[in-house]
Ligand binder design. Structure first.
Ligand code: AP5
Length: 213
């Protein structure tokens, strides 16, 4: 299965992508995670991307396109979480995989709830686990359930950066809805409710109910 996940910041794309990966063994390629790793390791890509991410803007297409192309070239199945993010990236992807996408999932949620999800998010800088102070707290409080590292708030989850990310989503990413709708690939999933409820809707939207590892 080859899927693209589109949705506003904090809608739950990463949470649902990881869930699908556990269930079906499909590879998740998250450009946000790849870029954050590059920043943590201070690679040349990380150094170039850092300021854009801190401001809540898109990292230049050339850098992100290369990153994705390198990752998915040998993959049969994948979930692209957060890529493409504008029409130019979508056209690059189309050329790269020769139009073999199965579906593009658009997650929908009210802006008020998005802000609540982002402001309550805590992440583990060591193993990448994602928590939420109310909806999905770590059983060990400020420490990661999985590895014990101290949880942090992402740099770009500060109020001003969140506002900028929302604006960038509306201006640059939302045009993808019409782009993929015209190709008959778009599947809308309401992201309100518990992660489990959203997951069941997602399975139905992509026509899956069995387990395939
Ligand atoms: P990226 O990391 O992709 O950020 P994003 O798209 O803004 O999405 P998020 O990771 O913030 O949210 P999510 O939808 O995955 O939600 P999550 O599951 O964590 O990108 C970061 C930056 O990198 C961009 O701003 C840009 O600068 C750059 N970048 C990335 N891709 C790029 C590209 N293609 N081109 C150029 N630049 C790019 O959930 C959020 C919270 O809610 C968590 O706490 C979670 O536990 C909780 N939660 C999840 N589901 C539920 C639920 N159903 N109910 C209650 N809580 C829930």
């Amino acid at each position: 299965m080859r899927l693209v996940f589109v949705g506003a910041p904090g809608v739950g794309k990463g949470t649902q992508a990881k869930r699908l990966e556990q269930e079906f063994g499909w590879n998740v390629v998250s450009t946000g995670d790849l870029l954050r790793t590059a920043i943590a390791q201070q690679t040349s890509l990380g150094q170039q991307a850092q300021a854009y991410i801190q401001r809540g803007e898109l990292v230049p297409d050339l850098l992100v396109n290369d990153l994705v192309a390198e990752r998915i070239s040998q993959m049969e199945s994948f979930i692209l979480d957060g890529y493409p993010r504008n029409v130019a990236q979508a056209e690059t992807l189309e050329a790269l995989i020769d139009g073999t996408l199965d579906a593009v999932v658009l997650f929908d949620l009210d802006e008020e709830l998005l802000v609540e999800r982002l402001s309550g998010r805590r992440v583990c800088p060591s193993c990448g686990a994602v928590f939420h102070v109310k909806a999905n707290p770590s059983q060990r409080g400020e420490q990661c359930d999985r590895c014990g590292a101290r949880l942090i708030t992402r740099n770009d989850d500060q109020p001003e950066t969140i506002r900028n990310r929302m604006r960038v989503f509306r201006e640059q990413t939302e045009p993808l809805v019409a782009f993929y709708e015209a190709k008959g690939l778009l599947r809308r999933v309401c992201a309100n409710g518990t992660p489990e409820e959203v997951f069941l809707r997602l399975l139905s939207a992509i026509g899956q109910n069995g387990t395939e590892k």
